[in-house]
Design a protein around this ligand. Structure first.
Ligand code: HEM
Length: 446
């Protein structure tokens, strides 16, 4: 049979699946994205119609459909018009929003900022900010670790990304933090224009704050080569000597700071939750950390094998980016279903992380499933893809691994903590999934 003969149209939206007028299934997604994905999978299969913000999106679920979209063999899927619609004005011309040749060129230049040597020097520079932050975490019950981690990753970013924002007061940094949050939360805004008191209105103001902040430092960063990411972006060159313009540097910095900030915070807080609920894993990780010095190098962080397993398992259970956006720029076929040009596509990577036929007891916290004897993540190339795949695969994944492990390493040496085994984080899923209750943990200083 030829492909022509087996392709079929996208199924129609069934009665009961239309959601609310204008919003579609936004609220169902925000309430419980995994339940919604499961419903789509069970009702329609890997390629399903999904009413969202006034349009019928195509939702892709399961590792095969996700792989087809992310590998993008026939170049039918574009990022810019997809992410642009969700968060475009705020992430304007960030790497993830570029496509084709332009993306390829910018990615090649940016790769220079993420070489192993550079990562090693970022890791070295991270430790003081981590120590300043973590060492002040007070002993006591109900410590809200999520906002504390958010502050910490912002402070780390100020050092690693900015090289220490020397002229910036703590109040100004707080404004920058709020500006990030406003930009990230724009994704779920219903009013999609610069209107006061709306998510989009706040995000537009946030973008202006971030631009002013970066342009203030730009001349100094151009003038002197230092080890921070901002200066690196000002000076790196592609193989043919291509360099980023001032606008490119500002756009990439804003995107990078946002890409790095929330995702790493979510990952670290999920790990704190599970380590608090599974003391045997906390002890296993602590033993490895105590065997290293206070400020391990990149290579030493890589020896924290138990922490690595816990990180992978935490990313599986709560992917910080559960759904990736794409737009079909030409007619294509996914898993035998026609996806017409112009379709908005949602690639649900989180669902593959929880599928019964890929993982044993997928809802259980069981980091050893990633260990050398089991390697359940090998069940399919796209069984585990919290960092995406294909040409847009996260460029910061090793940076994220190093940052998250450096924070946990410090905390394991300075504190013990516990979390009620029955605790389930109440997630806000309007943008990236974060715990609405600040994720309380009970902290002890040994
Ligand atoms: C645990 C933390 C992180 C997670 C889960 C994560 C996840 C992702 C995912 C899923 C994508 C692909 C988006 C798509 O295909 O549409 C992505 C892209 C990207 N990430 Fe990350 N990320 C993390 C940390 C970071 C960090 C620390 C940085 C920078 C320092 C970063 C920078 C980027 C960039 C620049 C892209 C766009 C790559 C491209 O389009 O070529 N990320 N990330």
């Amino acid at each position: 049979m030829t492909t022509e003969q087996v392709t079929r149209d996208l199924p129609a939206v069934r009665r009961g699946d239309h959601g609310l007028p204008l919003l579609g299934r936004v609220t169902a997604y925000a309430k419980d994205p995994v339940a919604l994905m499961r419903h789509q999978w069970e009702t329609y299969g890997p390629v399903s119609p999904f009413p969202f913000l006034g349009q019928t999106f195509v939702m892709l679920l399961g590792p095969d459909a996700c792989e087809e979209a992310l590998r993008n063999g026939d170049k039918a899927f574009a990022n810019g018009p997809a992410w642009g619609r969700l968060v475009g004005p705020f992430f304007h011309r960030g790497l993830m929003l570029l496509d084709g040749e332009e993306h390829h060129l910018h990615r090649r230049i940016m790769q220079e900022a993420f070489t192993r040597d550079r990562l090693a020097s970022y890791v070295e520079a991270m430790h003081p900010a981590i120590a300043r932050g973590v060492d002040t975490w007070p002993a006591g019950d109900g410590f809200r670790c999520y906002p504390a981690l958010k502050q910490l990753t912002l402070d780390i970013a100020a050092d690693i990304f900015m090289g220490g924002a020397v002229d910036t007061s703590p109040e100004e940094m707080q404004r920058v933090n709020e500006a990030f949050i406003a930009c990230v939360q724009a994704a779920s805004g219903v009013v999609r224009a610069d209107v006061p008191f709306t998510r989009w209105g706040r995000a537009h103001r946030g973008r202006r704050v971030l631009e002013e902040f970066l342009r203030h430092y730009l001349p100094a960063k151009r003038a002197e080569r230092t080890d921070d990411l901002f200066s690196v972006l000002c000076h790196i060159e592609g193989e043919g000597g291509e360099r980023f313009s001032d606008d490119d540097v500002v756009n990439h910095m804003i995107f990078l700071m946002m890409a790095a900030h929330d995702t790493s915070t979510i990952t670290t807080s999920t790990m704190l939750q599970h380590l608090g609920q599974h003391p045997e894993w906390q002890e296993r990780c602590r033993a490895e950390s105590l065997a290293l010095g206070e400020a391990p190098s990149l290579a030493e962080l890589e020896q924290l094998t138990s922490l690595d397993l816990v990180m992978k398992e935490s990313l599986r259970l709560r992917a910080p980016v559960p759904m990736l956006a794409r737009r079909a720029v030409k007619d294509t076929v996914v898993q035998g279903v026609r996806v017409p040009a112009g379709s908005h596509v949602a690639v649900g990577v989180q669902f593959s992380h929880l599928m019964d036929d890929l993982w044993t007891e997928p809802d259980r916290f069981d980091p050893d499933r990633f260990g050398p004897e089991r390697r359940e993540d090998k069940s399919h190339r796209y069984a585990w893809s919290p960092f995406g795949g294909g040409v847009h695969k996260c460029i910061g994944l090793h940076f994220a691994g190093a940052e998250v492990k450096a924070i946990l390493h410090r905390l394991l040496r300075t504190h013990r903590w516990s979390v009620d085994p029955s605790y389930v984080a109440p997630l806000d899923n309007h943008s990236l999934p974060f715990p609405k209750d600040g994720q309380p943990i009970d902290l002890v200083r040994p």
